[in-house]
Design a protein around this ligand. Sequence first.
Ligand code: NAP
Length: 258
Amino acid sequence: MKPTEIHQLHPQRSLHALGDDDILTLYGTTDRAVPVVRANFIASIDGSSTVGGLSGGLGGPADKRVFDLLRRLSDVIVVGAGTLRSEKYDAMRLSMEASRWRVDQGLTAQPHFAIVSATLDLDPSSDVFANAPVRPLVLTAESADPSRRHRLDRVADVVSCGDVRAEAEQLVEALISRGLTQVHCEGGPHLLGTLIADDVLDELCLTTSPLLEGGIGPRIASGGADADAVSRPMSLNHVLMSASMLFIKYSRSREASR
Ligand SMILES: NC(=O)c1ccc[n+]([C@@H]2O[C@H](COP(=O)([O-])OP(=O)(O)OC[C@H]3O[C@@H](n4cnc5c(N)ncnc54)[C@H](OP(=O)(O)O)[C@@H]3O)[C@@H](O)[C@H]2O)c1
């Protein structure tokens, strides 16, 4: 395509409903040995990642469907502690159907769950740890409070990935070294900011919710000073739609950026 060429997508002309298998194929990989770090976010048309402080108000059934299918494809689901606390995550447990699908594909019945936290302000007795089907990982820093770390050691594998914060490269390496090559990040903005700044993000799945939100909601990526701002070129893989909601998948343009 020439740089000045512009094309119009005509979804109405070729609209056909995708089954779960179609969607899994579109987002899946043919070679799980190749590590992929993917993030999945939702934002309003005007760029807010929250409604009233949470992401739930932006989504809907179609977004939930894609969200769940992306989980199904993952070896490990990673969230920042801020998202865990504000979105009140329970133990990470996929549905029976998703679990059966994974086993049929030769995967473990459940993906791992990894929480990123510098302060370790996490409750070891919470559902996230107490009812986890797979022992969770907590990715932290050397500077973390030793007593909090000791308490979490009983219910999770606590791994240092940096001195004062989890450095994204070390974080990804810690996962890959455990055979967890398909890394799926569900947020939040500060964690995504780290992944972008440290240049480890391979794919971004972005749902555009047909809402104008106004206000002061955060972008999907934040953190760092303006001086740390980076531009990472991405390539469009696909655009799916459900009513006025768009599901856009981008991946790294390695040639352009390296
Ligand atoms: N629209 C969406 O798709 C979407 C997705 C997810 C979340 N959200 C929204 O985003 C908001 C939360 O934003 P947030 O930026 O606070 O989320 P976040 O990135 O999940 O949480 C920030 C916290 O995560 C930990 N963390 C992140 N990166 C770290 C690193 N490199 N090293 C060590 N710890 C790290 C720290 O936890 P400690 O404080 O424990 O050290 C930090 O305070 C919520 O309102 C949530 O609803 C939206």
